[in-house]
Design a binder for this molecule. Structure first.
Ligand code: ADP
Ligand code: MG
Length: 402
């Protein structure tokens, strides 16, 4: 990778602007509902603290659209961060300007200052040069550890690197790029991908880019019904993206799809998605008109297990059914187990996507997957083969320095 990593940064006694991804869900009471993203940034933060750097930490949270919104402030994050780091964290209401600069200047070695939600200022998402300069004025060095925001060209991910050229990638960013990079660059074969979830639309380009690279691409979740429809099958009241049927047909017709693209042979159908009706398993070509497809069937679970049996590299994104409803969670939880078993056999396994990760946690398998990708949109864009602007910006500073 063509960027500098954290260990190469001479950060002792320096003020370091650390862009993290603290875009955590908040509860109704306004506390942090899930701190996994905070926890994921701790290795970088602890390393910098240990090295005696002075940390100016910044993140976005939610979509406040450039306005102050007390419900999306970072104060609850500060509290959780203090507990995680077991040390006080200073907080600046203002993101940039004299007050923030005063607080940044007051930092001692190993001290931490958290700035308020970057997206309270419309100039963040506009990648505004003036705002980038003001952010840069808070520090002497820049570390980007916000993999989840690396696909956005914003002031704190791109613009700031024009002013703070002493830059590095944090451990989380480095780890994500390394793991996802292994999927695209000479993966050990067979390479098996399992794609599910609610919609094809967000994942078409991933499908397109991965299909020529994988040995097997198994489809599940609601996505399967758009493929069934493309094959002219009855799909009942299952979720079908009508405007993506042609695209599904095109993918099925591709020469590289034959023998690779695996559609479920059967599925579980129910009267509705409430869970009141546990439903029953029917063959893919016998979905009754009035029913909804809610999960994989027994035969398709065997297909997934079979595909994973020999796999040396595995990527899974998107639940296989409506796993939030216990009666329809089997396909997803069994897929999670099969992926974990592949890890046990020595395969390199990556799971990405918010709902897929929550299924992994639900199954208690988080320690049996090689890499859990926290990136969401960033992971998908990377797997589409796109350059992530935040990463490109780090590479550009590395190039300029060499
Ligand atoms: P991820 O967050 O892992 O990327 P997605 O957001 O793409 O996954 O999809 C997750 C959603 O897909 C879940 O809410 C799940 O209920 C839904 N889903 C899966 N299978 C079906 C189905 N057969 N019908 C409707 N929704 C489904
Ligand atoms: Mg999701």
């Amino acid at each position: 990778m063509a960027f500098r990593t954290l260990r190469a940064l001479d950060c002792a006694r320096k003020r370091v602007f650390v862009r993290v991804d603290f875009n955590v869900p908040l509860s109704k009471e306004g506390t942090v509902a899930d701190d996994s993203r905070i926890v994921a940034s701790l290795p970088t933060l602890r390393y910098l603290i240990e090295k005696g750097a002075r940390l100016v930490v910044a993140s976005h949270l939610g979509r406040p659209k450039g306005k102050r919104d007390p419900k999306q402030g970072l104060r609850p994050v500060r509290e959780r961060l203090e507990r995680c780091l077991r040390k006080p964290v200073a907080f600046s209401e203002t993101i940039v300007g004299p007050e923030a600069e005063r607080q940044a200047a007051a930092l001692g070695d190993g001290d931490v200052l958290l700035l308020e939600n970057l997206r309270f200022d419309p100039r963040e998402e506009a990648n505004d040069p003036g705002f980038s300069r003001e952010l840069a004025a808070l520090a002497e060095q820049y570390v980007n550890d916000a993999f989840g925001a690396a696909h956005r060209a914003h002031a704190s991910t791109v613009g700031i690197t024009s002013h703070l050229t002493d830059c590095a990638a944090g451990f989380l960013l480095e780890r994500e790029l390394h793991a996802l990079g292994r999927l695209l660059q000479s993966p050990e074969r067979p390479f098996v991908t399992i794609l599910g979830g609610s919609k094809i639309s967000g994942k078409i380009d991933v499908l397109r880019n991965l299909l020529p690279r994988v040995d097997r691409l198994a489809v599940g979740g609601a996505m399967m019904f758009t493929f069934y429809r493309a094959k002219g099958l009855e799909t009942g009241r299952s979720l079908v993206e009508e405007d993506k049927v042609d695209l599904a047909r095109e993918l099925l017709a591709r020469p590289e799809a034959s023998g690779k693209l695996l559609l479920p042979e059967d599925c579980r159908v129910a009267a509705d998605t409430s869970g009141r009706d546990p439903g029953r398993v029917v063959p893919a070509d016998k979905i009754p008109p009035g029913l909804v497809g809610v999960d994989l069937g027994t035969a398709s679970l065997e297909q997934v297990r079979g595909a994973l049996e020999e796999a040396r590299t595995v990527f899974w994104n998107g639940p296989m059914g409506i796993f939030e409803v216990p009666a329809y969670a089997e396909g997803t939880l069994e897929t999670a187990k099969a992926v974990a078993q592949a890890t046990g056999r020595g395969a390199f396994t990556v799971v990405g996507g918010g709902d897929s990760l929550s299924a992994i946690h639900q199954a208690g398998l988080e320690n049996q997957i090689s890499h859990l990708s926290t990136g969401g949109g960033a992971s998908l864009e990377f797997l589409e083969g796109r350059t992530l602007p935040g990463v490109a910006a780090l590479e550009a500073t590395a190039e300029a320095a060499s």
